[in-house]
Write a protein that binds this ligand. Structure first.
Ligand SMILES: [Zn+2]
Ligand SMILES: [Zn+2]
Length: 378
């Protein structure tokens, strides 16, 4: 009898909590900044999507249709395979969206995403080191997928990876599955709100990334890893690429532009479901020398770092040097003189009533590497 009563009380609390979350989700709207002028040099896209060519639920065409409605410029498919040749063949312009494809390889150390490689007749090795080398030999580059899916870091030292997934929505949501049960009704009402609420903090991945960058040059990716619920997934996380020239209408040239920007770290990541992040900029200057995000320069005195965060929402900008937050500001234009060599990057936290946890950055830039000796790289 008593047991039943306790069970009933627990269930009642759970239901009330769940209803309260649903009620909260109703008032949530992604922050949008209508005053911002779109620049044709900034494009937005999604990295890491599965289609029916592996374990995704929709076809490339269906996903491209949704991506077009979501206002995306590009999507990067990463179907399983070594490589996935059908997915690779489905690349092209679809519904005005640039559809690119790499492959997600299962290798000895975990999952590895290969991008921008030329299709060869032989498959890539299942050995992580050999696969990285094989992708490079085919003209491509590789990104470590969901680095902590094996609980512990399994990737050793850098052997030529170009990037690491600092956020993987699929794994970070799965890890929190038990805690997300009360969100189920809210998930139906406002998926973006619930997904942001459930998302786990990426601090472990960010710390690892900073550690690797002391001796390497690795770029950070927000990875959607979408298999289903594409409509919400395409609105969740985004990569913002800063181009030198507007995106070409020629497929091969446009493909080259996107992959070249990813290879050189000229992109930042944003939790798009929380707020629109278009217009963020981070670059370095010394006299006439301009170092774009992702770039490397020999450290000399008189080097200024510039951050632009022209957003009308309450936010806090953190400048991070070698993994340590060295400067915080709520200003929209920041000039900071770098007094030491180091790896500098930016995180922006939303301080509006946001469903994002306090530890979860809304924007994560790629670093600017001010090295004591240029030869340190790679
Ligand atoms: Zn994977
Ligand atoms: Zn995947």
């Amino acid at each position: 009898m008593l047991k039943k009563r306790i069970l009933f009380i627990i269930l009642a609390i759970f239901l009330i909590y769940s209803l309260w979350l649903s009620f909260n989700s109703l008032s949530f709207k992604t922050y949008k900044a209508p005053a911002l002028k779109a620049s044709s040099l900034e494009i937005q896209g999604i990295y890491h999507i599965h289609t029916r060519f592996s374990d995704g639920r929709k076809t490339t065409d269906e996903i491209a249709g949704l991506a077009s409605k979501a206002g995306l410029n590009f999507i990067i498919l990463t179907d399983h395979g070594s490589p996935n040749r059908e997915s690779y063949a489905s690349q092209g312009w679809k519904n005005g969206v640039l559809v690119l494809a790499g492959s997600e390889l299962s290798v000895s150390r975990g999952h590895l995403v290969g991008l921008d490689f030329k299709l060869l007749s032989s498959n890539f090795s299942q050995n992580a080191e050999e696969a990285v080398f094989g992708i490079m030999a085919a003209g491509g580059f590789s990104v470590i997928a969901h680095p902590y899916s094996k609980v512990q870091w399994s990737w050793g030292e850098n052997i030529g990876y170009s990037g690491i997934e600092i956020v993987n929505a699929n794994f970070m949501l799965k890890e929190e599955l038990l805690f997300s049960v009360p969100y189920l009704p809210a998930l139906l009402i406002k998926p973006s709100y619930s997904l942001l609420k459930i998302l786990d903090s990426p601090q472990r991945e960010l710390r690892k990334w900073d550690e690797l960058n002391k001796i390497s040059q690795i770029y950070g990716y927000f990875s959607t890893d979408a298999h289903l619920l594409y409509r919400s997934a395409l609105d969740f996380l985004r990569l913002h690429i800063i181009l030198d020239a507007p995106l070409s209408s020629d497929f091969e040239s446009a493909r080259g532009q996107v992959f070249e920007a990813l290879r050189s770290g000229r992109f930042y990541n944003a939790m798009h479901a929380a707020a629109q992040a278009e217009g963020f900029r981070f670059w370095g200057e010394r006299g006439k020398e301009v170092i774009p995000m992702g770039g490397t320069a020999l450290f000399q005195s008189g080097f200024t770092l510039h951050i632009q965060a022209p957003f009308p929402y309450a936010k806090e900008i953190h400048l991070i040097q070698d993994g340590k937050s060295i400067f915080r500001s709520t200003e929209e234009n920041i000039y900071f003189e770098a007094k030491q060599p180091g790896v500098y990057r930016v995180e922006v936290y939303l301080r509006e009533k946001s469903p994002l946890g306090k530890e979860i950055p809304w924007i994560v830039s790629n670093p600017i590497f001010l090295r004591e000796d240029k030869n340190v790289d790679r």
